[in-house]
Design a protein around this ligand. Structure first.
Ligand code: AGP
Length: 609
């Protein structure tokens, strides 16, 4: 996610844009930039790092004007740098573009434009749009943008300005959010409402496939094909803080609900259009490396470690490569047995966790090749790993990790299936079936989120308890660990995850009347065994919430409450099973009046050992 702001009116555009970007920094902050027309010339100033670096640069290179665009970046293509920061310009410098999303066909467009003599300055997908505008420009800014819309594929929110048309901004939306704010003698464009709330509460929400032509006195809407569209304004009643959370009460709830999009974005560009093969262009392995791979060590902390446990199961299942999983703080001191054919896979949302970073450096020191799965392209982990698979979840603000976990799982599924595909271990039909199921996960996640009100009711029961158990077998046990951590870290209720078959070896002694047990039963092959473990705790009068697939008519006879999940492949179950557990933890914490986004004693990124 990136932050986008555009302004046209009578105010100092620099102030309006910078203020708007400050309100959007939660959407991404590895670089920022501004473009404005001053004295008839288009000027651009950009700076890597936080927004303050841009503000410092603008003190040396001031920009005056009343029309302009600004951008705070969350890198997806091209590391954070001055050149990769937005706005991007064409060769002539007459056009400036800011963008949120992914131009899927940027490589082919880039080749086509280079062949026509265009010179690129950045590694980004966005810059192709600026050169495409220049290439297609026929004197009519609007018609040119219609032509550009026909050529670019992917998800985008674009705002473009032109030195030839200093009284106009053009905004285009396809899958990434974009709004237009209506002022008096001035108008605004932004990726999100907080950026403009101090100037106006009257906004238009661009729908997918729409574009807006914005001057200081007029806003017109069209389809991307150039057909006029009538739109209604929306009166925003949120306060500024609520607006940053998109109207949600907490960032955590917003990020739980962003998971369908985050999963979709993480899949984007990594499945062939026919959904028959995985494409992981981020891996730059030497010929023979994969064939010689004898072991994978997954290293991570907390929620990322829980994702690693799922990673172990699915990589071994699909790729038949032995996998070990360590918490980073242990890995560093156990002198792991490795060879030159061992791959170390580190998982880290922030890419700055001290223990994980130290483990990465130890692996590199021992000559291992390191693959990172991270959510922050410019992070230390991303910079120091040999290969990086980015989760495109966008900034995760809440301390409790949610969308990062599910997108880490998606990245691990893609990696596991990629390994099996390259080792020719998957028959084409099986691979296609799996990839179709993977592609359907955003929809499955969406329908799980529809059960939020029911989960909130369950959660309010848990708000009063002191101890809770999560049980499951196989992949369900890995997810039970994550559910237990979620509940602990934000509701402060003691919770423990247990392999369901292991309860009778001691912990069953803690089960007495009314003790809540959450039982996960998505692993069909282990269903009967898990149900008998449920009966063990029920025999001690536990209060059991069972989580199973829709259509299961059996489980309800053995538990006190049931939550049904949309049916998906049991191998992919963790991505959907975790969502009710995230919501359960969230609503229990809310019911207990806790600071959900900033729980006591914890930090979003543990950069100390
Ligand atoms: C997750 O809810 C926790 N806040 C925490 O365990 C976190 O997953 C862990 O600190 C690892 O962080 P990272 O993914 O940024 O490395």
């Amino acid at each position: 996610m990136c932050g986008i702001v555009g302004y046209i009116g009578m105010r100092d555009v620099k102030e309006v844009v910078l203020e708007g970007l400050r309100k959007l920094e939660y959407r991404g902050y590895d670089s920022a930039g501004i473009a404005a027309i001053e004295g008839g010339k288009l000027k651009v100033v950009k700076a890597v790092g936080r927004l303050v670096n841009l503000e410092d640069k603008l003190r040396q290179q001031p920009i005056q004007g009343h029309v302009g665009i600004g951008h705070t970046r969350w890198a997806t293509h091209g590391r954070p740098s001055d050149d990769n920061a937005h706005p991007h310009q064409d060769c002539s410098g007459r056009f400036a573009v800011i963008h949120n999303g992914i131009v899927e066909n940027y490589l082919s467009l880039r080749e086509e434009l280079i062949a026509k003599g265009h010179q690129f300055k950045s590694e980004t997908d966005t810059e192709v749009v600026a050169h495409l505008i220049e290439d297609l420009y026929n004197g009519d800014f609007f018609q040119t943008m219609v032509a550009v819309g026909r050529r670019i594929r992917g998800a985008y929110a674009l705002v473009v300005m032109s030195q030839n048309d200093p009284d106009t901004l053009i905004a285009m939306r396809k899958a990434s959010p974009l709004i237009v704010g209506l002022g008096d003698g001035e108008n605004f464009v932004a990726s999100d409402i907080p950026a403009i709330l101090q100037y106006t509460r009257d906004v238009y929400i661009l729908d997918d496939g729409e574009m807006a032509v914005v001057t200081k006195t007029r806003v017109e809407f069209y389809t991307l094909a150039g057909e006029p569209v009538d739109k209604e304004t929306l009166r925003v009643t949120w306060d500024a803080i609520a607006a940053e959370r998109g109207g949600y009460d907490h960032f955590m709830l917003k990020e739980i609900h962003e998971q369908p999009k985050a999963i979709r974005d993480t899949l984007t560009g990594r499945l062939t259009p026919d959904l028959n093969r995985v494409v992981l262009s981020e891996l730059h392995w030497q010929p023979g490396f994969l064939e010689g791979l004898d072991r994978i060590h997954i290293v991570a902390c907390g929620t990322a470690w829980h994702a690693g446990l799922v990673g172990k199961a699915i990589i071994e299942h699909f790729a038949k490569i032995p996998v070990e999983v360590d918490v980073a703080s242990e890995y560093r001191y156990r002198d792991p047995l490795q060879t030159d054919h061992t791959l170390v896979l580190v998982i880290s949302q922030s890419g700055e966790t001290a223990d994980t970073l130290a483990a990465l450096r130890l692996a590199k020191h021992r000559g291992r090749r390191v693959l990172a799965i991270t959510n922050v392209l410019g992070s230390s982990v991303a910079r120091e790993a040999d290969d990086v698979v980015v989760t495109w979840a966008g900034p995760e603000i809440a301390v409790a990790s949610t969308k990062a976990y599910t997108t880490q799982l998606v990245a691990l599924y893609l990696f596991a299936i990629y390994l099996a595909q390259e080792k020719v271990l998957l028959d084409p039909q099986e691979e296609s079936r799996l990839l179709h199921a993977l592609y359907a996960l955003p929809q499955a996640a969406e329908s799980v989120l529809d059960s939020a009100p029911q989960i909130q009711q369950f959660a309010e029961q848990y708000a009063k308890v002191h101890d809770t158990f999560f049980i499951g077998r196989g992949l369900d046990f890995a997810v039970a660990l994550e559910g237990s951590l979620k509940l602990k870290e934000i509701s402060y209720i003691h919770a423990e995850a247990y392999a369901a078959g292991e309860m009778k070896h001691g912990t069953l002694a803690l089960i007495t009347e009314g003790v809540p047990v959450i039982a996960l039963t998505t692993q069909t092959a282990l269903y009967d065994k898990t149900v008998s473990n449920i009966k063990e705790v029920k025999a001690r009068d536990a209060f059991v919430l069972g989580i199973t697939w829709a259509g299961d008519e059996v489980l309800k006879k053995s538990v006190d409450q049931v939550l049904y999940l949309p049916v998906t492949d049991p191998l992919l179950a963790p991505v959907v099973t975790v969502i009710p557990l995230q919501l359960l933890a969230y609503y229990a914490a809310v019911a207990r009046g806790n600071d959900v986004d900033k729980p006591r004693n914890l930090a979003k990124s543990v950069t100390v050992e």
